[in-house]
Ligand binder design. Structure first.
Ligand SMILES: C[S@@+](CC[C@H](N)C(=O)[O-])C[C@H]1O[C@@H](n2cnc3c(N)ncnc32)[C@H](O)[C@@H]1O
Ligand code: SF4
Ligand code: SF4
Length: 375
């Protein structure tokens, strides 16, 4: 209980730091947030609350083809287009109570020609929003400057830098952009301090796979030298997206050893502690993970929060299934309120409550996930 309260307070502090104060002028957002939390816990079938976390894939296009990404999958099913500014607005207006808007998906947001306009528009429409941008950052200084990014109103820039050196980056992401990205991060942090701004928070994301996991300890040192605000270490263990051998070579013992070393270096140098649970407690995390793998669909939040909308306005639940074009209606054709408690969602929630597989794709990816790691 105490740890849940501490974690909520930590999130609140971060939310306010990135400019969430205007939430106080939007009296229905906070009650919706708490109602949503209650409905999630109660596993409600008909939702009175609306989602508080939404991901919009503003760009279905990408300039890279990283080996671990679902885009490298031969059955890549998503619309490869940019969302139009008007459509973005139409969608956002249907989701007035969101707290966190993530601009990502299986594409590169900085590639969108109206990227800055989109962020500014979101900030204007919902001033309290926590706007998080996931980016490969290869276009920093080309599509947008560091100053523009600081002034845009984005709350968090989450830079995908899956390597602590240029050669490993090339191996994972297929291009020579490591130095440019590292320079870009420095420029963004400089611009933020020159402009006296509190946002965006700048973090790096190190998606772990067999090609790079040995670099995790070195990566903490790099991120610390750069002065980023946070580091994330997700791994392909839960969502391999078709790169099913992505964890091959990552035995539990090897991963634990690397994570223990990463944690001790982070402590020693005072680097922002990676947030992932298995970095904090690699041994305990594995048993939790084994349990989670077989049960994920029973506790999945996507049916009551955290929804995704792709670049064509389709309502999707998650990004786990690389082959199925599973969408559940289009927000440009039907109001979201109808879809949210429409027949598909009601059936999915009912099935989840009954312990059954909620939707067909869940059966393919969350009930029979990739094979577990070797000891
Ligand atoms: C899909 S990308 C979209 C945004 C942007 N193009 C980028 O690379 O950051 C968002 C994040 O998902 C990660 N990712 C890609 N494939 C993944 C996979 N199979 N499992 C887990 N994360 C993955 C990427 O490394 C990246 O950090
Ligand atoms: S991880 Fe990001 S940059 Fe790489 S192919 Fe996927 S969407 Fe593009
Ligand atoms: S496939 Fe289904 S159970 Fe798995 S994360 Fe997606 S919505 Fe949730």
């Amino acid at each position: 209980m105490a740890s849940r309260i501490m974690s909520k307070l930590k999130h609140l502090r971060k939310f306010l730091r990135v400019g969430g104060w205007p939430i106080l002028c939007r009296p229905r957002v906070i009650p919706n947030y708490f109602l949503n939390q209650r409905e999630q816990r109660a596993k409600a079938v008909v939702m009175k609350s609306l989602p508080s976390k939404v991901e919009i894939e503003i760009s279905g296009k990408c300039n890279l083809r990283c080996r671990h990404c679902l885009r490298a999958h031969s059955h890549y099913p998503r619309p490869q287009k940019f969302i139009a500014l008007d459509n973005f607005e139409t969608i956002l207006k249907q989701l007035p109570y969101i707290v966190t808007l993530t601009l990502t998906g299986a594409g590169e947001p900085l590639l969108h020609p109206d990227f800055l306009k989109i962020v500014r528009r979101a900030r204007q429409l919902l001033p309290h929003l926590n706007i998080v941008v996931y980016t490969n950052f290869t276009l920093i200084g080309k599509a947008v400057t560091a100053q523009e990014l600081v002034r845009s109103g984005a709350s968090q820039i989450h830079v995908s830098l899956d390597a602590a050196s240029a050669d490993v980056y090339r191996q994972v992401r297929g291009v020579d952009a490591w130095d440019h990205i590292v320079e870009g991060i420095k420029k963004l942090l400089e611009a933020r301090s020159q402009l006296g701004a509190h946002r965006p928070l700048v973090g790096t994301n190190f998606t772990m796979m067999r090609d790079n996991f040995h670099q995790a300890p070195m990566y903490v040192q790099l991120a610390h030298r750069l002065g980023v605000d946070y580091i994330a270490y997700p791994s392909l263990l839960m969502t391999s997206w078709g790169y099913s051998n992505g964890a091959e070579g990552m035995t539990k013992s090897a991963l634990c050893e690397v994570m223990h070393e990463t944690r001790s270096i982070a402590k020693k140098i005072g680097a922002p502690m990676p947030v992932e649970a298995y970095v904090a407690d690699p041994d305990g995390w594995f048993s939790h993970y084994e349990e989670l793998r077989s049960n994920y669909f029973r506790n999945c939040m996507f049916f009551r929060n955290q929804i995704q909308i792709d670049a064509a306005g389709n309502f999707r639940l998650c990004c786990r299934h690389p082959r199925s074009p599973h969408t559940y209606g289009n927000l440009l054709e039907k109001p979201f309120s109808e879809l949210w408690n429409g027949p598909v969602m009601i059936t999915a929630r009912r099935r989840q409550v009954a312990g059954e597989v909620p939707l067909p794709p869940c059966g393919e990816v969350c009930v029979v996930p990739d094979p577990p790691l070797a000891p």
